[in-house]
Ligand binder design. Structure first.
Ligand SMILES: NC(=O)c1ccc[n+]([C@@H]2O[C@H](COP(=O)([O-])OP(=O)(O)OC[C@H]3O[C@@H](n4cnc5c(N)ncnc54)[C@H](OP(=O)(O)O)[C@@H]3O)[C@@H](O)[C@H]2O)c1
Length: 247
């Protein structure tokens, strides 16, 4: 129960990796704030966590792409009012743009991707900073893509939003390097079975991919007390995936 008494906000908690991470955090004792756009999907995660014996979570329906500063501030104020503290944020929400040459991408696709993948993690973290700075041991973990490290052809606006997200995390870490109680790191999960992975790589055999469960030790380490004092790192787990395996 190393997360007992901790409050962790998880974006993208309704699906994929965020959903699994939220459940693991709740089983480790955290009060998890489940953020996503669809209340019904969050209800399902809530029920799943309670059925598994996890700490009671809080549901936070919220559209990251539509919010402005006042709405992010209001979200932080709600957390302060209802829970009185915040010990961590896992940014796991993301918006994918389908792979294509730049000439086929449109501004509205870039706007949606940048709003969810870059601007929201910035604005949400910024709004929650006073709460995080008030915690004894706070961790912010951004989720990014391999293509953020090396934006390649066809990944277009999605890859560039991820590159900017990694740079954003490094900026937060650098600007708070004097605070040993607050850290900012980036997790690049690599290939893991999830709804998004099946959209980005439709040719893969899902059963051959690592399962989301294999990432849980990384979420627990980088959001919890074990990573205290480590900030500005990019974590790239090797989950042993062999992309040439097609059986
Ligand atoms: N799976 C992989 O192999 C892999 C590899 C590298 C990096 N990642 C990264 O890991 C993270 C999680 O990926 P995933 O595979 O779990 O993706 P996913 O299954 O598609 O989940 C994405 C989540 O983002 C939420 N979301 C999207 N737009 C939102 C918005 N405007 N406001 C609030 N929530 C929004 C979705 O919730 P609703 O639709 O219910 O709102 C959903 O819960 C992402 O940052 C991704 O880039 C994944």
């Amino acid at each position: 129960m190393e997360f007992a008494d901790r409050v962790i906000l998880v974006t993208g908690a309704s699906s994929g990796l965020g959903r699994h991470a939220a459940r693991a955090l709740a089983l480790a004792g955290a009060t998890v704030v489940l953020l996503g756009r669809h209340e019904k999907r969050l209800d399902g995660v809530y029920d799943d966590i309670l059925a598994a014996g996890g700490a009671q979570p809080v549901i936070m329906p919220f559209d990251l792409a539509e919010a402005d500063d006042p709405r992010f501030n209001a979200l932080a104020a709600t957390l302060a009012h209802q829970l009185g503290r915040l010990d961590g944020i896992l940014h796991s929400a993301a918006q994918f743009i389908k792979l294509s040459k730049l000439e086929h991408q449109r501004l509205k696709h870039w706007e949606a991707a940048f709003a969810t993948n870059l601007m929201a993690p910035f604005a949400l973290t910024r709004a929650c900073l006073p709460l995080l700075e008030g915690a004894e041991d706070a961790a912010v973990l951004f989720s990014a893509e391999e293509h953020g490290l090396n934006p390649g052809p066809y990944w277009g606006g999605f890859g560039l939003s991820q590159a900017a997200l990694i740079a954003l995390a490094e900026l937060f870490a650098a600007e708070h390097q004097d605070n040993p109680n607050l850290r900012f790191n980036v997790l690049i999960p690599g290939p893991v079975s999830s709804p998004m992975r099946h959209r980005t790589h439709p040719g893969e055999v899902p059963e051959n991919l690592p399962k989301p469960e294999s990432l849980l030790p990384f979420y627990l380490t980088w959001l919890g007390p074990q990573s205290r004092g480590r900030s500005g790192e990019v974590i790239r787990p090797d989950l042993g995936y062999d992309p040439s395996r097609q059986d």
